[in-house]
Design a protein around this ligand. Structure first.
Ligand SMILES: [Zn+2]
Length: 385
């Protein structure tokens, strides 16, 4: 075996052992060996290294039959921390995430859509520094920064290829933020890290094929298959907002006609509503619907139908075991979740598949992207270390 293949194997083994201790504490060395098929010597070496680096807590000895004792292993949650960041058109959320995916502390700051990229990065650098200081957190324990944002992101280079919401094109986010903070930076699409967070720590624990659909300022989806984010060739798998629903439909900001998002995203709904009367927020539109104003009822009902059609298309295409509805529209209006669920289970999902998946709502809600980004930074650290 070549030297770098050996190194790769060693890192993979180390990560596997680490993940098992993280997910099944307290656990004995023998059970880890049994689950992984690695030799007792390999397990002992890896556990030794991890203990030396301050990650592992050995707990009480218990009887393992016939008077034999075995030591159980667990992780020290605060031994690895990362910074999770969610970027959105209007806000920047920054938090410190521990090994269990808990946000130890977090803050939300405003973002101005026309702020220069460099200015935003400098502000984030300062927010991170201040947060660590205020939280009394030792920067040496922070293994990296993860950033989740809407748009097409090259997750390997950390370059944001294209983000309409942020107004960025080909910006070297990871590089600049690393220069400003000194931390390694991982960048990814927001829905991909959100699905990862729900899969690891939220509503889809135990699912092997998770589909997450986000309805908000944009429309998108992401897929976790056997624990891995499905990325496609350009890390843009799941950009369903621009799937064509009606070639004769409304014009989309992308230049095509009849894209899915023109029927369901917040700005399209407001634009359509304004043909009847000036509506400034999505809340006003839903109030008009509640009051029974015909145009509003029509607009919202049509959006609900297209959301359900989206679920059907995803279910037919990927046959997931879980579908999570998320995003600003679903978070703000719990009725949307119930109504889409009802439409899917009664009519709009193809009948043979109606019972094939769990219909879930996001459990981590507005912290999902922040937590997922933090977990991404941790995974990156353990894979590369
Ligand atoms: Zn489009």
């Amino acid at each position: 075996m070549k030297k770098h293949d050996q190194d790769f194997m060693k890192r993979q083994n180390r990560l596997t052992v680490f993940e098992i201790i993280k997910n099944q504490p307290p656990i004995s060395r023998a059970s880890i060996a049994k689950q992984t098929g690695m030799s007792a010597t390999t397990i002992s070496r890896i556990v030794g290294e991890l203990t030396e680096q301050g990650y592992i807590l050995e707990s009480e000895q218990v009887s393992a039959g016939l008077g034999r004792k075995s030591t159980l292993l667990g992780l020290i949650d605060a031994s690895v921390l990362s910074i999770g960041i969610e970027l959105d058109r209007h806000k920047i959320s920054v938090g410190v995430v521990d090994l269990q995916g808990k946000a130890v502390c977090s803050e939300v700051h405003g973002h101005f859509p026309d702020e220069r990229f460099e200015t935003t990065m400098m502000r984030i650098g300062k927010i991170v520094g201040d947060l660590l200081r205020k939280g009394g957190i030792d920067p040496a324990r922070v293994v990296g920064i993860g950033v989740g944002l809407p748009g097409i992101v090259n997750n390997e280079t950390g370059i944001v290829v294209f983000s309409v919401q942020m107004g960025w094109k080909n910006v070297r986010l990871a590089e600049l933020l690393k220069d400003l903070t000194g931390f390694e930076v991982a960048v990814d699409n927001e829905l991909k890290v959100k699905a990862l967070a729900e899969h690891l720590k939220g509503s889809a624990i135990g699912s092997n094929r998770t589909a997450l659909i986000g309805f908000g300022n944009g429309v998108g989806s992401s897929l976790i298959i056997d624990g891995e984010i499905y990325r496609g060739d350009m890390n843009s798998a799941g950009e369903i907002g621009h799937t064509t629903i009606d070639p004769n439909g409304m014009l989309c900001e992308c230049g095509k006609a009849g894209c899915l998002q023109t029927y369901v995203n917040i700005s399209s709904l407001l634009l359509e509503a304004s043909k009847i009367r000036q509506v400034h927020t999505i809340e006003e539109l839903f109030e008009a619907k509640k009051a029974g104003e015909r145009w509003a009822v029509h607009l919202v009902d049509r959006a609900l139908m297209y959301m359900s059609i989206t679920v059907n298309n995803i279910v037919c295409m990927y046959n997931p075991d879980s579908v999570i509805l998320s995003g600003e529209l679903v978070d703000k209006f719990p009725d949307i979740y119930e109504e889409v669920k009802e439409l899917c289970s009664t009519t709009l999902v193809w009948e043979p598949l109606r019972e094939s998946y769990r219909f879930l709502r996001s459990e981590l809600n507005e912290q999902g992207v922040l937590i997922g980004s933090g977990l991404l930074a941790q995974t990156r650290f353990f894979t590369l270390e």
